[in-house]
Design a protein around this ligand. Structure first.
Ligand SMILES: [Zn+2]
Length: 244
């Protein structure tokens, strides 16, 4: 019965039988896994609130016959991220981040870079109110960490950087006016200021002015990229749209 001790973030849980839960955890040492918490739905459960989504925990897991479904022996809270739970906008952003992590990572695919990045992102979400900036920063960095290469500085077809631009999530970056002439399907118009803002974040350079227009457009571009990769809008995105 091999034991695993690891830090983890709770991605989500579902009910199992009368009193148990199956938790999807993003663990530092084992990657994304599913694990049963026996008795977790009982009022006096030893797990307390440690298996709520967003919670950063130290956990002990063991294998019991099924490689794809571990058991949780113990879970101790490292950071509860209470402030995320107190605010609907923060909850919706946090759920969007967790849903992306869940969709992008394969089970047992260890990725400590993305693990630490998620902890960092949840800390920012817990302690700051600049949600649009966090959303865009998360999006760009997460794409990079996941190996996606998007171009925000020049037209991906001809390499020009003209004034009138579009963005193609499908093609992976900016498209200039003349390259867009033949086929405008799936293209979003994008202002030069927004393209520059995204490009600066992408290159980790100092960012340009964050006007409301730039931030709104940047958020739409990031949502469009993830919807394109996943093949549809994320479930939590509809939640974000509703509360705005
Ligand atoms: Zn072009």
């Amino acid at each position: 019965m091999p034991l695993h001790k690891t830090e983890a973030v709770v991605i989500h849980t579902i009910k199992l039988g009368e009193a148990d839960k199956i938790a999807t955890l993003f663990t530092k040492e084992l990657g994304k896994i599913k694990a049963v918490a026996k008795g977790a739905r009982r009022i006096k459960s030893r797990f307390g609130s440690s298996l709520e989504p967003f919670t950063h925990i130290n956990t002990t897991l063991f294998e019991k016959g099924n490689y794809n479904l571990l058991r949780i022996r113990q879970a101790d809270i490292i950071q509860p991220f209470f402030h995320i739970r107190e605010d609907f906008e923060k909850i919706s952003h946090g759920l969007y981040f967790l849903e992306l992590i869940d969709k992008f990572l394969l089970e047992r695919d260890v990725n400590k870079g993305i693990f630490f990045f998620l902890i960092d992102t949840l800390n920012h979400l817990n302690n700051n109110d600049e949600l649009k900036r966090l959303f865009v920063l998360f999006g760009i960095k997460f794409l990079k960490l996941s190996g996606y290469q998007y171009r925000f500085d020049k037209c991906i077809s001809c390499g020009d950087a003209p004034l009138i631009l579009f963005f193609s999530a499908y093609k992976g970056g900016l498209i200039c006016d003349s390259c867009a002439k033949n086929n405008r399907q799936g293209l979003l118009p994008i202002n030069k200021g927004t393209a520059l803002y995204l490009s600066n974040i992408h290159k980790e350079e100092e960012v340009t002015e964050e006007t409301a227009d730039v931030m709104n457009e940047a958020v739409e571009i990031i949502k469009g990229i993830f919807a394109d990769i996943i093949g549809r809008p994320l479930m939590s995105q509809e939640f974000i749209n509703k509360i705005r």
